[in-house]
Structures are given as structure tokens and as C-alpha cells.
Design a protein around this ligand. Structure first.
Ligand code: 13P
Length: 260
């Protein structure tokens, strides 16, 4: 069974404003989020590609209201407890109540800046899957870890924490995002990305099952652009992208259509 190509747009907290000859990032806003969604709604998108966008939590409902049916919305995070006194958190049921069908989890910006560890990310992954929403599970190594040949160890231990809590992988998309490639303009080479994606797939085959290895989408994130997406998309184990900065620009449409 061919894996359906998957492109996610992680809006993070910003949008990129394009001026004459220069670009700069500012906070997302009602106006800018509506503009980006308008761009996506009006574009001709490859119908075979699954598209999910992840705006900041405050704009999830706005995004769901404006984004055309058939395209899905992800939260950038969700909590692992069902309800209660957890100031500032959002539950899986609250996402479902708002027709938000996906969440990102384990993004390196949360692992590093907010010090989320593998266990916490795995526990949130379990909560999201148990509640019936899809998870774009992010994993990836730092430059220091890559330079000391620890890439596969790091990525597989992030995945192992999930394996210990989760039996059904059918609603997980794995996003391999090397930290050194995020927001730096330094994309992993097609060989570097393919090598890690293949290693993740063989880990799934050995540690979970052949079926899960064959069916799980493994997408790449880190400085994906309209220029590098075509080559990356041709790799055997790259099943799509998780796009940061370029998801806020018309380039996102080219990336969605890179598999045509
Ligand atoms: P950039 O595409 O801006 O490098 O960000 C990647 C990312 O972190 C997506 O989650």
C-alpha cells in the first residue's frame, strides 16, 4: 500500500512578512492567519496530498472556520490529562470539540526551550491517540549529537518512549526534524535525510512490526523550501514535510504540490 504524501505547516508563533527585497517575522494575528489560509484555499492543491496546518492555539477555531473542508488543523501541543486544574493547558477533548483532528507533539522547540522530556512527550502522544486525534510526532538530534554520531540513538530513544506507551501507530506521523536544520536555512542533504528516515523505518520494523514500518508516514522538517522539496520528496523513505517558515508564504503551495 502506497503511503499518502503528507505536508504539515507549523506556523509556530510567527508569520513572515514579505516586503520588497526583505522578509521579517512578526507574531501571527487574526489578519495574517486569515491571509495565509486564503492563500491555501485559493490554490490548486495536489488532491493526493494530505495537508494539515498548525496555527497557535489562540487561532485554532479561527483557522477551522476559514480553512476549506478536506484540509485539517493541528494544535501545536496538547496536555496529557483529560481535565482539571491545569492553568494554560488544553485537553484532547477540547481539541476534538473544536474539530481539531491533529496535534504536533515533541517539537524540539518544546523539548529544548520548555524542557519536555521523552516520557512527557510519549505520555501526551498516548493521550492524544487514546482520544482519537492524530499525532505529528517530532524527533531529531542536535548538531552536537550528530557530530558525535548519536543521531540514530537519539531519534530511536525518542521513539522508544512512545513504543512503551502506545500500541496503535496508525494515527502517528513521524516528523524527523534535525535541530540544526530548523530555521537555519541549512537543510539536511537528501542523503542525510533519507539515511535517518530509512533507519527510523527499520527501527519500526524491528521494534514494532513490518506493517507499521510499511504504513507509517515519516516526514522531514528543517528549512524545507520550494527549492529543495522536489529532490527530498523523491527519496524512498520521505513521505512528506513539516514546514516552518515556508508554510507562511506562497512557497507552501509548491511544497504541498512537490510530489506531483
Ligand atoms: P523551518 O522550516 O522554519 O526550518 O522549521 C521547521 C520546523 O520546525 C517545523 O516544525
Amino acid at each position: 500500500m502506497a503511503r499518502q504524501f503528507f505536508v504539515g505547516g507549523n506556523f509556530k508563533m510567527s508569520v513572515v512578512l514579505c516586503g520588497v527585497g526583505r522578509e521579517h517575522a512578526v507574531n501571527g494575528s487574526v489578519e495574517t492567519i486569515k491571509k495565509i489560509i486564503g492563500l491555501i484555499n485559493d490554490a490548486k492543491l495536489d488532491p493526493k496530498t494530505e495537508v494539515v496546518i498548525a496555527p497557535p492555539a489562540l487561532y485554532l477555531l479561527l483557522a477551522r472556520e476559514h480553512l476549506k473542508p478536506g484540509l485539517e488543523i493541528a494544535a501545536q501541543n496538547v496536555f496529557d490529562k483529560p481535565n482539571g486544574a491545569f492553568t494554560g493547558e488544553i485537553s484532547v477533548d477540547q481539541l476534538k470539540d473544536s474539530n481539531i483532528t491533529w496535534t504536533l507533539l515533541g517539537h524540539s522547540e518544546r523539548r529544548v526551550v520548555l524542557q519536555e522530556d521523552d516520557q512527557f512527550v510519549a505520555s501526551k502522544t498516548k493521550a492524544a491517540l487514546d482520544g482519537g486525534i492524530g499525532v505529528i510526532f517530532c524527533c531529531g538530534e542536535s548538531l552536537e549529537q550528530r557530530e558525535s554520531n548519536k543521531t540514530i540513538d537519539v531519534v530511536t530513544s525518542q521513539l522508544r518512549a512512545v513504543k512503551e506507551k502506545v500500541a496503535d501507530w496508525s494515527k502517528i506521523v513521524i516528523a524527523y526534524e534535525p535541530i540544526w536544520a530548523i530555521g537555519t536555512g541549512k537543510v539536511a542533504s537528501t542523503e542525510q535525510a533519507q539515511e535517518v528516515h530509512a533507519a527510523i523505518r527499520s527501527w519500526l520494523k524491528k521494534e514494532v512490526s513490518e506493517k507499521v514500518a510499511e504504513e507509517t508516514r515519516i516526514i522531514y522538517g528543517g528549512s524545507v523550501s520550494e527549492k529543495n522539496c522536489k529532490d527530498l520528496s523523491k527519496q524512498a523513505d520521505i513521505d512528506g514535510f513539516l514546514v516552518g517558515g515556508a508554510s507562511l508564504k506562497p512557497a507552501f503551495i509548491d511544497i504541498i504540490n512537490s510530489h506531483l
